[in-house]
Design a protein around this ligand. Structure first.
Ligand code: ADP
Ligand code: MG
Length: 264
């Protein structure tokens, strides 16, 4: 399948901090691309550009070949870019189904005139989705507030699957989860990719990364310094790139300009 997402030459500074120094990235439909790198490497800043939170100082992002302009998080979602953050943007006081259909509720018309929300359809679709994810989420729970971290992830992922998201961004989805729940989230990432989405998966646990990813991109100080397939790499290699080993090998004398070119 072709590239669903193309990031070209994205630069972003916060005051004096160059958070992104010219990032190029492609994402295909049906793949899980893991993004790894030390704290502060720029991973979250990069995906927030894709999710419509930030605008780049320069560079562009294309979805299905079309340039994304003036993006907001809501506009990104409408275009099929869903984000599953660690502290999820679920509406705590709403039910599972209401969260999945939030802002996109199916309606029917009473006597062909008065529109009302089709709660029967919401219940039915929600039950089917949860069953498919095999998530053990209590679909009838009155609110999602009391669900576990893993169950909340499952709800967000059910939402992405139901609405056929083109791109799903998972930023450290397992960071706060118990071991069993981590396995589920990895399974969901694969399920999303199998359903045709391109998945960007940010994580720290390299065992997990090598398990979940098709491809892996390593960020170091605001640039992608290495891209590989999961099958062709190892924890040792990834750690080398994450810690800037390649940089020292190349020599620190080199002018900044040239170093940047090499990273892109
Ligand atoms: N809103 C912000 N204001 C100022 N600096 C920021 C902001 N967001 C991120 N940064 C800086 O940009 C760099 C990259 O951060 P971030 O993208 O969060 O890294 P990562 O997710 O890889 O840990 C860091 O130096 C961080 O301090
Ligand atoms: Mg981060």
């Amino acid at each position: 399948m072709g590239n669903v997402l193309e990031v070209k030459g994205i630069r972003k500074s916060f005051g004096p901090v160059e958070a992104l120094r010219g990032v190029d990235l492609t994402l295909q439909s049906g793949e899980v691309l893991a993004l790894v790198g030390d704290n502060g490497a720029g991973k979250s800043t990069l995906i927030k550009h894709i999710a419509g939170v930030y605008r780049p100082d320069s560079g562009e992002i294309r979805l299905d070949g079309r340039k994304l302009d003036l993006l907001s998080p809501a506009a990104a979602r409408d275009l099929g870019i869903e984000t599953v953050f660690q502290d999820l943007a679920l509406a705590d006081d709403l039910s599972v189904g209401a969260n999945i259909f939030l802002g996109r509720e199916p309606t029917r018309r009473w006597l062909g005139i008065l529109p009302y929300i089709d709660n029967g359809l919401i219940r039915e679709e929600t039950a089917g989705l949860l069953k498919r994810l095999n998530s053990h989420v209590p679909g009838k729970a009155k609110s999602v507030a009391r669900l576990s971290g893993g169950q909340r992830q499952a709800v967000a992922i059910a939402r992405a699957i139901y609405w056929k998201a083109k791109v799903v961004i998972m930023d450290e989805p397992t960071a706060a989860l118990a071991v069993m729940e981590r396995q589920n989230v990895i399974k969901y990432a694969r399920e999303l990719a199998a359903s045709g989405a391109g998945v960007i998966y940010i994580g720290h646990n390299l065992v997990e990364i090598l398990d979940v990813a098709d491809r892996i991109a390593v960020m170091f100080r605001g640039a992608i310094v290495h891209t590989t397939t999961a099958g062709e790499t190892s924890q040792e290699t990834l750690i080398k790139y994450m810690t800037g080993y390649h940089d020292k090998q190349a020599g620190a004398q080199r002018p900044e300009q040239e170093r940047e070119k090499r990273h892109v």
